[in-house]
Write a protein that binds this ligand. Structure first.
Ligand SMILES: [Cu+2]
Length: 501
């Protein structure tokens, strides 16, 4: 059988961010090439056969991105972004969430199947400056590339812009057996794709760059590195790619159209590898790809690009031949059929700019917009009501679950959407049908992951409930958060800048 190789970005070309009025193109960097920063692995405080213990500290720092002045940044156990956490399926995981920032933050586990709303770490779970909160949960999901980011409404976007995002890798016995590269930092490499604007003295100025349709900058940062290179010392390299940018879409390809295999999506390993030479990622999505550099010789260089801009220069060094082929089948997804008799839930992502809304409404953290019985398997139709002429792709994200993508406008899903997902890009005028099950009870947010859109109110929340064990939730309110930000910033509550609100 000849192998199918996809050469398409699939999403609707008229909706690409390049057509936005406010689009900011990336500039090809002029700084000298620098080695790609690979975030260190966060060391556990303690590990037993059954339990892992970590401390995650949100802290302020300064980072040398450009020659000259360092940039004031935030990070998790790091100056910018964070050390990579590695969890193991089946282990009970304890985390101290320490806030050394001058303002409140939250620690959201994007893609983790953990109880909402507190452990999940959305807007309901602030950790105030100088405080440490404790969470613990069972890791109960397959190997995947997930992530941690700040999520305090409505300041998620500004805190992520300052650097509050880190990779969270889940491992399990199934993935351990697959013929994948897994030597972290050598042939198993995280790639956090972001863009930033540098202002006077090399500083970020989120407010100056503010755009309600998503903040962008001219400079690509890959794991916080400008103009990075990576030395290829093994024939096969696995890239765990995260679109960690606030708004930017990444249309990834190599400068010579080198083919690669996508083996993982948001929620884990896909049932089968998908061979391609182009892939588009919307905000918050993760794609794991395996690249075979076997056709190159030492001294060669190949660049990972987005559109016309080089992102990472792969410099080929000597390596041992490794012609390992991927099997046609990788993992079995658990069989799951919709619970009979449930109506289809219809959700709309509406508007652009300040007009964004979910189901015609702005987010209210005290309002529970929908309920779904825990363990029920429900069909959700996600509509993007933007115009197909000048609308945008909205990446739809649900907390606390990994869903299946069933169809796009009643037709097939994209070839790399057959695995578990927590974020799916929905084209203007399109309906994407997904299948959603919550394994835990709780209140979970769902929203557009253009972060300025979620801060602007394109967000709602659903309660996963157990009728035999009803719960009441103490939900956060805007006044409490606004008053806390005011006190931290030394301004009156009415003077707190609430972008998008
Ligand atoms: Cu959006």
């Amino acid at each position: 059988m000849t192998k199918k190789v996809y050469t398409d970005y699939f999403f609707d070309e008229p909706a690409y961010n390049t057509h936005d009025g406010g689009y900011i193109p990336l500039k090809t960097p002029t700084v000298e090439p620098q080695p790609l920063a690979v975030p260190p692995l966060l060391k556990p405080d303690k590990q037993t056969a059954t339990d892992d213990y970590y401390t995650v500290t949100a802290e302020t720092s300064e980072t040398q991105f450009l020659p000259g002045k360092k940039t004031k940044t935030w990070g998790y156990n790091a100056g910018f972004l964070g050390q990579t956490l590695v969890f193991r399926n089946g282990k009970h995981t304890h985390i101290d969430l320490e806030n050394k920032l001058p303002e409140l933050t939250t620690f959201h586990w994007h893609g983790l199947d953990v109880p909402g709303p507190i452990t999940d770490g959305g807007c309901h779970a602030p950790v105030y400056p100088g405080q440490t909160n404790h969470i613990d949960f069972d890791v109960m999901q397959p190997a995947a590339t997930t992530w941690l980011h700040a999520h305090p409404c409505p300041s998620t976007a500004t805190q992520v812009w300052k650097g509050l995002a880190a990779m969270v890798i889940i491992k399990d016995d199934v993935e351990d057996q697959l013929p994948f590269p897994r030597n972290y930092g050598v042939d198993d490499i995280p790639l956090v794709l972001q863009d930033r604007e540098f202002h006077a003295d090399n500083q970020f100025d989120y407010r100056a760059d503010y755009d309600p349709d998503g903040v962008q900058g001219h400079t690509a940062l890959i794991n916080g590195t400008i103009n990075p290179y990576f030395d290829v010392t093994t024939q096969r390299v696995r890239l765990r790619i995260l679109n960690g940018s606030n708004r930017r879409e990444w249309r990834l390809h190599f400068n010579d159209d080198l083919e690669f295999a996508q083996v993982g999506s948001d929620g884990g390993i896909m049932p089968a590898p998908v061979y391609m030479n182009k892939v588009m990622m919307t905000c918050a999505e993760r794609d794991e790809i395996i690249v075979d550099f076997g056709a190159y010789k030492p001294g060669d260089e190949v660049a990972l690009m987005t559109d016309e801009t080089p992102l990472v220069h792969f410099r080929i060094k000597a390596f041992e031949p490794d012609d390992t082929q991927l099997p046609d089948h990788l993992v079995d997804l658990p069989a799951e059929t919709p619970t009979p008799g449930l109506p289809v839930r219809t959700i709309t992502m509406d508007g652009m700019d300040e007009e964004v809304a979910m189901d015609g409404k702005k987010f209210d953290m005290q309002r529970i917009d929908a309920r779904q019985k825990v363990h029920d398997v429900a069909i959700w139709d996600i509509n993007n009501t933007n115009s197909t002429e000048n609308g945008m792709v909205h990446p739809f994200h649900v907390h606390g679950t990994q869903f299946r993508v069933l169809s796009r406008n009643g037709g097939p899903v994209y070839p790399n959407e057959h695995g578990l997902k927590d974020t799916v890009g929905v084209n203007p005028g399109e309906t994407v049908r997904i299948q959603v099950r919550f394994d835990l009870t709780g209140v979970y947010m769902y929203h557009c992951h253009i972060i300025e859109h979620e801060d602007g109110g394109m967000m709602a929340q659903i309660e996963s409930y157990d009728p035999d064990h009803p719960k009441t939730y103490h939900l956060m309110d805007m006044d409490t958060l606004r008053n806390a930000f005011a006190e931290e910033q030394g301004v009156k509550p009415e003077d707190v800048w609430m972008p998008g609100m």
